[in-house]
Design a protein around this ligand. Structure first.
Ligand SMILES: Cc1cc2nc3c(=O)[nH]c(=O)nc-3n(C[C@H](O)[C@H](O)[C@H](O)COP(=O)(O)OP(=O)(O)OC[C@H]3O[C@@H](n4cnc5c(N)ncnc54)[C@H](O)[C@@H]3O)c2cc1C
Length: 373
């Protein structure tokens, strides 16, 4: 990899570390705002969590007790997705897989129903758009659901994208807006002068000069020398295994909505792929696919959508979600002048990409401080 310095030779306005959905979205918006931007990715765009994610845009069914501030961020970003996807698709001519199918959180039995009733009460208290449906009403919406289910929460506003497609479109849009994207460029250290950031150094020994550096390295944001010298926020990897299945010739998707249970979710795509996710495992940086992970996901999906058993098994994958101790992302300036962070998006980085990019451009303009819900 050779990183060119920007044409004026004085360095870039912004160097972004990491080409996941967060780094790319921020870089695209910064390039659109007129900054000279380079994204440095040690592998390929989307090779982290963003390339594995299911792509649910699901703030209502992700809402949890004690996370009201995070919910507001998720809802704000959900509201931005229709415009964000339309702009991305129009500028690049590439799909994002955006759709608004709504979601059903299904109770497989009475115990689930009790748990989901509590969740529904919380959703109503928070003023969220959701409705409790009995088994018959639920199955009239999704006839593929098992006759044994005990009801469901309907959240009609939940959406989805195809994260792989979004990453590809963002990379395209970034370059169209004048930004540069360098794959195979691992950043190992910051350059500073008189207490402010002046660029980064790569593993290949290149120095990339930049007046601002944004670290969007996902689960690796606080790793190594870079994380230590940058005063990184605490970010840890939470492993998620996920299955990719496919509808066989002449078949149809097992459900038209996002289907969730307390143990799994099922996301169908318009091209016939079906994603079943995902485990939550504290295993450090391990991404091994385990028999237990595959078994439990299939079992959980089959429990409510028996037609899952008829689908073709394509592959199983694992990704590392970047989690902070309070589950809230860190978006904004760091402690060193010129250093910025966009990391710690946990289970909702795809959902939060439009909002993060907007907040980042505001931070680059100096009109906001650190966001931490
Ligand atoms: C199984 C699973 C399912 C998920 N489902 C959803 C979902 O349905 N909806 C949702 O909103 N979110 C979902 N998520 C969460 C979402 O994927 C993440 O929050 C999001 O992708 C984080 O994006 P990111 O750009 O911060 O990190 P990443 O996508 O991990 O990108 C970080 C990038 O930085 C690069 N990098 C790291 N260190 C360096 C370095 N030193 N130099 C250069 N490059 C470096 C990595 O190679 C990587 O490409 C899911 C995650 C998983 C694992």
């Amino acid at each position: 990899m050779t990183v060119s310095q920007n044409p004026e030779g004085s360095g870039y306005d912004l160097a972004v570390v990491g080409a996941g959905v967060i780094g790319l979205a921020c870089a695209w918006r910064a390039a659109q705002a007129g900054l000279s931007v380079v994204v440095l990715e040690r592998d390929e765009p989307g090779s982290g969590a963003s390339g594995v994610a299911a792509g649910m845009l699901a703030p209502v069914t992700e809402a949890d007790f004690g996370e009201d501030a995070l919910l507001r961020l998720n809802l704000d970003s959900r509201g931005m997705w229709p415009g964000f996807a339309a702009e991305l698709e129009e500028l690049t001519g590439l799909p994002s897989g955006y759709s608004e199918p709504g979601a059903l959180v299904v109770a497989a039995d009475r115990d689930d129903a009790e748990e989901l009733r509590r969740l529904h009460t919380l959703q109503r208290r928070l003023g969220l758009d959701s409705e409790w449906l009995g088994p018959r009403a639920t199955r009239s919406l999704e006839p593929g659901l098992s006759p044994r289910i005990a009801g469901a929460i309907l959240a009609p506003q939940e959406g989805q994208v195809d994260p792989g497609a979004v990453v590809a479109a963002l990379a395209h849009a970034l370059v169209d807006a004048g930004g540069e994207l360098c794959s195979g460029a691992e950043v190992i250290a910051l350059h500073t002068h008189s207490g402010r950031v002046t660029g980064v150094r790569t593993a290949a020994g290149d120095t990339v000069q930049a007046s601002r550096v944004l670290i969007a390295a996902g689960a690796w944001s606080s790793e190594g020398e870079l994380g230590a010298e940058a005063g990184a926020p605490e970010v840890r990897p939470v492993k998620g295994q996920l299955l990719e299945l496919r509808v066989r010739r002449g078949g149809s998707l097992p459900a038209s909505r996002l289907v969730r249970t307390p143990r799994c979710y099922v996301v169908g795509r318009s091209d016939g792929r079906v994603v079943v996710g995902a485990t939550m495992e504290e295993q450090g940086f391990d991404t091994t696919i385990t028999a237990d992970g595959v078994f439990r996901l299939l079992e959980a999906a089959y429990e409510v959508l028996p037609d899952i058993g008829e689908l073709e098994f394509v592959r199983a994958r694992a990704g590392l979600r970047p989690f902070t101790p309070d589950n809230a992302p860190v978006i904004g300036p760091g402690e060193i002048e010129g250093l910025l962070w966009a990391t710690g998006h946990g289970r909702n980085g795809v959902l939060l990409a439009p909002l993060t990019a907007r907040r980042m451009v505001e931070a680059l303009r100096g009109v906001s401080t650190v966001v931490s819900a």
